[in-house]
Design a protein around this ligand. Structure first.
Ligand SMILES: *Cc1c(COP(=O)(O)O)cnc(C)c1O
Length: 372
């Protein structure tokens, strides 16, 4: 949901004479860093760009294994494969869809270089044991926090420690149109990412001290073009100022769904991990109990559509995409819980601005389909 104030702020940037990466991006980085409580933050044109630069900065390449769930957005898997490394899929908990410390531990080999846990749907993965197991083996952890702006794990905001990547794609809890942010307590890593995001130049196009472009900047290593524009950043500033309120609206709607589905046997909601002390509800994922229904999940989604109810699929597990089905030598993983959920999951409408009546209409539609 974009406010009139945010639209006006975008118009101001367009009139300001500086529309690409500049003072608004710097301000957005500072505000985001402070909201998360991170040591540093670098804004990018997407979370995917952040992950690409991360793999590059960490030197992930052929012979390396990267552990991540298959139940994630495919961008991470594509990038691992494009880097020449091997994705090793760790299975998820059957009821929270969360990658678990146990499945990660089982997937570690002497080739494991990196673990990318996903904080799924706005809840938090059990990150403490994941971190300590990784540290014992000298493995880096980068948290995929695309769903988790404002999520708290044991009272601490995700991104506050370690290294995390956030997304501002329009489907996420707050948006910049397209955009992403890397937060880390490793300032050296962030410097590398900051450099790689803009051609590998020694300084960004906008230099904070000189308040402008340093024409003398030189390429220190070949980099990319993944900067965020000030047009996007100002949108992010407006959204960030409202993020707790937006998340609360989501939580209130999610509560109604949860209550309603307590009495619908064919719909199983997700288990809420106890260590998630604040849930940001970026997705409302349920499982259709296909052993009790005459129709499968895809037919169910089709019938929802006929009733004007949009539903989503988060996610088609990466290993079930055509390319990864046909190229099984590129990845590893035993995934019974991922497969079980893949046939059953769908995401129901959940966004700020939706009313309680809207939620009841969705639930009514679902009950109608199940009764027919
Ligand atoms: C959306 C998403 C991403 C990618 O974010 P972009 O900003 O679209 O690149 C990565 N991981 C997960 C789990 C996501 O949901």
């Amino acid at each position: 949901m974009i406010s009139e104030d945010e639209i006006a702020a975008v118009a101001d940037v367009l009139r300001s004479g500086w529309i690409t990466t500049g003072p608004k991006t710097a301000e957005f980085e500072e505000q985001f860093q402070s909201y998360i409580g991170a040591r540093g933050a670098v804004a990018l044109c997407s979370a995917t760009a952040g992950m690409h630069l991360m793999l590059k900065a960490l030197g992930i390449g052929p012979g390396d294994e990267v552990i991540t769930p298959s139940m994630t957005w495919v961008s991470t898997i594509n990038l691992i494969v494009l880097a020449g490394a091997t994705p090793v899929f760790a299975d998820i908990d059957r009821d929270s869809l969360m990658i678990t410390p146990e499945s990660i531990k089982r997937s570690i080999t002497d080739r494991t270089r990196l673990i990318i846990p996903v904080h799924f749907a706005g809840a938090a993965a059990d990150i403490d044991p994941i971190r300590s197991d990784a540290a014992k083996s000298g493995i880096t952890v980068v948290e995929d926090a695309a769903h988790s702006i404002g999520t708290q794990y044991k009272g601490t905001t995700i991104g506050n420690r370690g290294t995390s990547i956030f997304s501002f794609h329009p489907i996420k809890n707050m948006t910049t149109g397209e955009g992403g942010m890397v937060c880390s307590d490793d300032l050296e890593l962030l410097d590398t990412i900051r450099r790689l995001r803009f051609h590998g130049l020694g300084v960004d196009a906008w230099d904070r001290t000189s308040q402008g472009r340093k024409p003398q900047a030189e390429v220190l290593e070949p980099g990319f073009k993944y900067n965020l524009t000030d047009i996007s950043a100002v949108l992010g500033l407006g959204q960030l100022a409202r993020i707790d309120d937006l998340n609360q609206q989501r939580a209130a709607l999610a509560e109604i769904y949860l209550k309603e589905f307590e009495t619908v046997d064919e719909i199983q909601t997700l288990a809420q991990p106890e260590s998630t002390t604040r849930h940001s509800w970026s997705l409302f994922v349920v499982r259709l109990d296909i052993d009790r229904t005459k129709i499968d999940r895809d037919e169910f989604m089709e019938q929802l559509k006929e009733r004007n109810i949009g539903s989503g699929l988060h996610f088609r597990a990466a290993h079930l995409h055509a390319y990864y089905r046909e190229n099984q030598h590129l990845w590893r993983g035993e995934l019974p819980n991922t497969d079980w959920n893949s046939e059953r999951i769908l995401s129901l409408p959940l966004f700020p601005g939706m009313t309680a009546d809207d939620v009841h209409r969705v639930v009514g539609g679902i009950k109608g389909i199940l009764a027919s």
